[in-house]
Ligand binder design. Sequence first.
Ligand code: BJW
Ligand code: ZN
Length: 239
Amino acid sequence: MESAIEALRRSLQTGQIVAFTGAGISAESRVPTFRGADGLWRNYSPERLATAEAFWEDPHLVWEWYDWLRGLIHAARPNPGHLALAELQRREPARFTLVTQNMDGLHELAGSHDVVKLHGDIWILRCMQCGREGRNRQVPLAPLPPLCRCGGLLRPAIVWFGEMLPEDQWERAAHAAQNADTFVAIGTSALVYPAAGLVQVARRSGARVAIVNPDPTPADELAEWILRGPAGEVLPRLL
Ligand code: BJW
Ligand code: ZN
C-alpha cells in the first residue's frame, strides 16, 4: 500500500491527471451509495424509480424519494476525500480534471470547480414542459411534485436509466480520459455505462490507472495501482 501510494504520488507529479469519482467518495459524508450492503437501492429496484417512465407514471412517489434524498444530502458536508481533490486542483489547476458521477454537489462545496458532471445535479430542477432549469436548494420541497411557473412538472436534472448523458459533459470527460497520463477512479462500482467506460478509454489511450476503493470492482483489472481503503483516508495520504 505504501509503495503504491508512493508510486502513484510520483506519477501525479507529471502530466495530466483525471480523478473520476462515484458515490463511494461521499460515503464518509454519510450520503449512502447506490449499490452494496448499505446501498440506497438495497430495498428498492432502481428501474422502478430511476427512470423517466416511473416519473411519468407516479411523479409524487418519485419526488418523495428524491425529496428524502435531498434532505439527507443537504445535511452532508464534504469529507477529507473531497477536500483532498479540491486541494490537488488548487495546486495543479492546468493538469487536473475532476469528472464525477455524483449529483450531490459535495465536490463544489469542498471548493472544486469546473467539475465535469456526468449524471447531473440533484439541486437543479428542470421543467418537463418548457425545459427551463433552475437551482433550488429548498428542503423539503412543498408541494410535491413541484411545478414550473408554466404549470409543467419539474423533475430533478439528473440522468435516469435509458437517458443520454449531457453531451457537453460527456465530451469533456472523454477528452480528459483520452489525454490523461494518470487516471484515478475513486469510490465507483464501475458498473454503470457509459461512465464506467472512461476507465477503458483512459487505459487504451495510455494512461496509468489507479483505483481507490475498499472493495473490488470490474475496473481493477485495468489498474496499475489498487489502493484498498476509504477515499477519505487514502486521498489525504496521496496529497
Ligand atoms: C467507497 C467507500 C469509501 C464505498 N471510499 N469507495 C442493460 C440493460 C439496461 C440498460 C443497460 C444495460 N447495459 C447498459 C445499459 C445502460 C445503462 C447501464 O449502464 N446500466 C447498467 C447498470 C447495466 N446506462 C444508462 O442507461 C445511461 N444512459 C445511457 O446509456 O444512454 C444511452 C441509452 C439510451 C437509451 C437506452 C439505452 C441506453 C444512463 C445512466 C444513468 C445513471 N444514473 C444514476 C442515477 C439514477 C438516479 C438516482 O439517483 O436515483 O447515477 S444510476 C447510479 O449509478 C447513479 C450513479 O452515478 C451511478 C454509478 O454508481 P456509483 O457512483 O459507481 O455508485 P455505487 O453505489 O454503484 O458504488 C459505490 C462504490 O463505492 C462501491 O464500489 C463501494 O465499494 C465504494 N465505496 N465506501 C471509497 N468510503
Ligand atoms: Zn415550465
